[in-house]
Design a protein around this ligand. Structure first.
Ligand code: UDP
Length: 381
């Protein structure tokens, strides 16, 4: 499909781990039309380097001085550099994904120069205005020319904000493809579990990194205490720790609550999927994990105040547990009926589509790029 697009003509702007994961299938679909730009928001080996390699992504143009700043500084520094890069070499279209500061900076840079903007994963809404991500996604949707909604619900959120129908396309979510492609084969998964001393369907896999769970000692202490209770009750808990969470554990001196958990650093994507695919239960505040659990057929407790991804809850994969609540009690119930639950989920289709999202998005991106300028012309479905 990329044949109608010139080499390096579509700037794909990203800055974090989930963007690398979700955009990988689209970047492959765009092929040599991709011009990958990494803002450096999360730029290290564990969160970026190995993801670029493992997902077989091209070497990115890397912005400087962005990571580690407060939100406004990240956006401002990315925006200034993106503007200069787009002035020097104007892309035919800009693609961003999700709701990070990199997403917003890429969107504003495209908007400032009148370059057509594609938003992958448009229309997610938590309706929680305390979350910076909610503001990022709303702002990006309102300037994007092509809004790639993963689900009907997401498209409905866009319509409810009076965004024009001709800007909205229902594409499915690229997560379905990336999970299917990156999940290691059965023999590799067996070796992986053995290396961690885990039994299939016999452990909990947990990730925590959102500010709402890591910004205060009380919030983080409550999540870690819940995981500690699960481990005390006899189910092993594997906890690959995000760098932000590790820093918060040290800051609040909460190491004692880690004693019964199997703590590692962040793991590579294929390993994470392999481990998630055999967990009896997932506990997470991650956005991506809320989607991945539906492809892997695994139950998830979402430790969040709200979610912008109600589909996994509605389909029976996930439940939202309020911060401060005793989720170990719900975990106990879910673990007790794990065989039935796992059988039921294995037979439940993912609400995130048929695994063809990236081909649809790439075709629509080519149309938007060819048309040039801002939206107004209806897109073919
Ligand atoms: N992930 C990973 N290794 C880990 C933890 C998570 O590869 O140790 C993946 C996970 O499968 C998901 C993505 O990282 O695809 C989620 O990233 P994160 O939780 O940082 O962001 P969010 O999805 O909440 O935006």
């Amino acid at each position: 499909m990329s044949s109608c697009l010139s080499p390096a003509s579509v700037a794909v702007v990203l800055g974090t781990r989930p963007e690398l994961v979700k955009l990988a299938p689209l970047i492959h679909e765009l092929g040599d039309a991709t011009r990958l730009v990494h803002t450096g928001q999360h730029w290290d080996e564990a969160m970026s380097g190995r993801f670029l390699r493992d997902l077989e992504l091209p070497a990115p143009e890397l912005l400087t001085g962005v990571g580690g700043r407060p939100r406004a500084g990240q956006i401002a520094h990315s925006l200034a550099q993106l503007d200069a890069a787009f002035a020097a070499d104007r892309p035919a279209a800009v693609v961003v994904q999700g709701d990070t500061n990199a997403t917003l900076a890429g969107a504003l840079a495209a908007n400032a120069r009148g370059i057509p903007l594609v938003h992958v994963e448009a229309g997610l809404r938590s309706f929680d205005r305390a979350m910076p991500e909610e503001h990022n996604r709303v702002m990006v949707d309102h300037v994007a020319d092509l809004l790639c909604a993963a689900t009907e619900e997401n498209a409905g959120n866009l319509r409810a904000e009076a965004l024009a129908e001709e800007r909205i396309a229902l594409t499915g979510n690229t997560v379905v493809e990336v999970v299917r492609r990156q999940l290691p084969d059965a023999a590799t998964r067996t070796a992986l579990l053995a290396a961690h001393g885990l039994r299939p369907d016999g452990y909990v896999l947990a990730t925590v990194h959102r500010p709402e769970n890591t910004d205060t000692a009380e919030a983080l202490g409550s999540v870690l205490a819940g995981l500690d209770r699960i481990a005390r009750a006899g189910t092993p808990v594997l906890f690959p720790m995000h760098p932000r969470t590790r820093a918060a554990v040290e800051r609040f001196a909460l190491d004692g609550l880690l004693a019964r958990l199997a703590v590692t650093g962040p793991v590579g994507y294929a390993d994470f999927l392999g481990l998630a695919g055999h967990a009896a239960l997932l506990v997470s505040d991650s956005g991506g994990v809320q989607e991945e659990c539906t492809v892997l057929g695994r139950p998830l407790l979402v430790v969040r105040r709200s979610t912008e991804r109600p589909e996994a809850v509605a389909a029976g994969f996930a439940a939202l547990v309020q911060p401060g609540s005793d989720f170990a009690e719900l975990a106990r119930t879910w673990l007790a009926d794990a065989p039935d639950r796992l059988a039921r989920l294995a037979a439940t289709p993912s609400p995130y589509g048929d695994g063809l999202a990236s081909a649809r998005i790439a075709a629509l991106t080519a149309q938007v790029a060819e048309r040039g300028g801002r939206a107004g012309t209806p897109l073919a479905a």
